[in-house]
Design a protein around this ligand. Structure first.
Ligand SMILES: Cc1cc2nc3c(=O)[nH]c(=O)nc-3n(C[C@H](O)[C@H](O)[C@H](O)COP(=O)(O)OP(=O)(O)OC[C@H]3O[C@@H](n4cnc5c(N)ncnc54)[C@H](O)[C@@H]3O)c2cc1C
Length: 503
């Protein structure tokens, strides 16, 4: 239509409207494609005091079924899934975030094996393999003070994708486990309920390995667990990364003021065996006192201090493990909310202090916070065997060993590094909950006391329990035994076939 014709048509429309005549209006199509709508939910019941709500029953679709379902994809979950798959099980790895790696990728903790000083003896297994492959793919940088690697947290997402895909593990990301399904006996698990953008769904599995860090599945299933009292819990941390760092100047500064592990206990009492005290440590904390004295950061910003790790040729200082929070419970959503927000503020205080006080950081800027707050401590199951301080300090041996872990204890004011070649065996029993069958629990929530947790929470130890649980789950499917009664000789034979050192 020419402009002249358009003008004439518009004028005609105006004349018609003024004369009061009604014309059919041609409306533009505003919705394209099919209009979708799901049935509105059935009515539930809100209690009179509005303190509880009775959910209506609902029929859920089954998303998938498998032999072994691993819930949570941190160091333990990745290891469990790979091990179960390598042992021949059809395996699903389900994770609430959009990447695998757990604390490595979502919090940004890159130091998988920093304890590895000369003399360390450790078990060969999937943990070591992950470190080796990340380095081979160019996703790691040497840790400053020994031959271990700092994994590049973001790049590790790709390393994990590759490991999972090549092994033939079936991945499900962006999916939170929220409930469990039992067999008719009310003791053996049959599956879980999930929530995601696809709604509430079900994943059925012959065996389940809980690698959620918080023992979510064991908790939902009614297994007993313990939690360290809130005032004694290990702190939470907001890890952050900085860009624009003059790394050469910073290294020169650390060489001029060499920190050791003795500096860790500058403001608190720390137990070591003595051999740790003179070892170099990538540690900063008195710098924050100076910043407070200078008025650069608030006087009450007192929980700053800790480790730095990788320095990249691009001028980045990553994995800055400096801003800590205490007195929060990671299984309480309001505590998580408060700690997450406080953590960002404290991390910014840490960065302000570094910029003002530490040579090399003058022009630094925040590159990013970890995707989420870092949690060290929450539920630990009560297991068939509960590890204890004595076990991890005194080279415990177990008939049902699923691997070894060097004598490395870090937490609750104890620091013991495995420089003497001492190690302990990790028992299958610490992954077996008492009340629920066909469920194993691996990673930082295995059964034990506070001191054993300070050993078993370390990422490499989580890969030991992960691999052990994955293999046991797969073997128990194959032999038709439950996880509680699985043939340990068969489990250990498969672990050895996978290259794990058991004793
Ligand atoms: C700040 C910080 C610093 C640390 N420094 C070190 C260090 O230098 N070296 C070291 O060895 N260890 C370190 N640790 C300890 C170590 O990182 C953790 O203990 C370890 O990662 C635990 O491994 P995991 O596999 O058990 O759990 P996580 O790594 O926590 O992984 C659990 C996974 O499960 C997922 N998940 C949780 N709940 C659900 C659910 N309901 N449904 C679906 N998915 C779920 C999570 O998203 C996560 O990906 C540190 C920890 C923190 C927080």
């Amino acid at each position: 239509m020419s402009d002249e014709d358009k003008y004439a048509a518009r004028a005609q429309r105006m004349l018609t409207r003024w004369s009061g005549q009604r014309m059919p209006v041609q409306r533009r199509q505003t919705v394209e494609g099919e209009v979708l709508r799901q049935n509105p939910p059935a009515l539930g019941e809100l209690a009179a005091d509005a303190q509880t709500y009775q959910e209506p029953g609902k029929t859920l679709p089954v998303l998938t079924q498998c032999d072994v379902l691993v819930v949570g994809a941190g160091p333990a979950g990745i290891s469990a899934a790979l091990a179960a798959r390598r042992a021949g099980a059809d395996t699903v790895l389900l994770e609430r975030f959009g990447c695998f790696g757990g604390v490595i990728t979502t919090v940004g903790m890159e130091t998988l094996a920093w304890y590895r000083y000369e003399g360390t003896v450790e078990g060969e297994g999937i943990g070591i393999e992950m470190e080796r492959i990340a380095a081979k793919m160019g996703g790691a940088i040497k840790w400053p003070y020994n031959d271990s690697q700092c994994l590049d947290a973001d790049f590790f997402k790709v390393v994990a994708d590759r490991l999972i895909t090549e092994a033939g593990v079936r991945p499900i990301l962006h999916c939170l486990a929220v409930d469990v399904i039992f067999e008719d006996d009310g003791k053996r698990l049959r599956g879980i309920v999930t929530e995601s953008k696809s709604g509430r769904q079900v994943v059925l599995a012959k065996r389940i390995v809980d690698c959620t860090g918080d023992a979510d599945i064991a908790h939902l299933a009614g297994a007993s667990y313990r939690k360290t009292p809130k005032d004694k819990m290990l702190g939470m941390t907001t890890v952050f990364n900085a860009a624009g760092v003059d790394t050469a100047r910073f290294v020169a500064y650390t060489e001029s003021q060499p920190a050791t592990y003795a500096d860790w206990s500058r403001t608190w009492a720390q137990e070591t065996t003595g051999k740790e005290d003179a070892l170099r440590s990538p540690y900063l904390d008195k710098e924050f006192d100076t910043a407070r004295e200078l008025g650069v950061i608030p006087q009450n910003s007192t929980n700053l201090g800790g480790s730095w790790s990788a320095l990249t040729p691009a001028g980045e200082a990553t994995n800055l493990n400096l801003a800590h929070m205490y007195g929060f419970d990671a299984t309480d959503v309001m505590d998580l909310t408060a700690a997450e927000m406080q953590g960002r503020q404290e991390a910014l205080h840490a960065l302000m202090a570094l910029k003002k006080v530490v040579p090399g950081f003058e022009d630094a800027k925040l590159r990013n916070f970890g995707m989420t707050l870092g949690v060290r401590d929450s539920r630990k199951i009560i297991g068939r065997y509960n590890l204890c301080s004595e076990d991890v300090r005194n080279q415990a041996k177990f008939d049902d060993s699923v691997g070894i872990f060097p004598e490395f204890i870090d937490g609750y004011n104890i620091l013991i590094l495995p420089t003497t070649g001492r190690y302990f065996e990790v028992p299958y029993g610490c992954m077996v909950p008492l009340e629920v069958d066909n469920l194993l629990v691996a990673g930082r929530c295995v059964a034990g006391d506070m001191v054993s947790h300070a050993a078993m929470r370390n990422m490499m130890a989580c890969t030991v329990t992960g691999q052990g649980a994955g293999v046991a789950a797969a073997v128990s499917v194959q032999t038709g035994q439950s996880t509680a009664e699985v043939d340990m000789a068969a489990v250990q034979a498969e672990l050895e076939r996978q290259g794990v050192r058991l004793h």
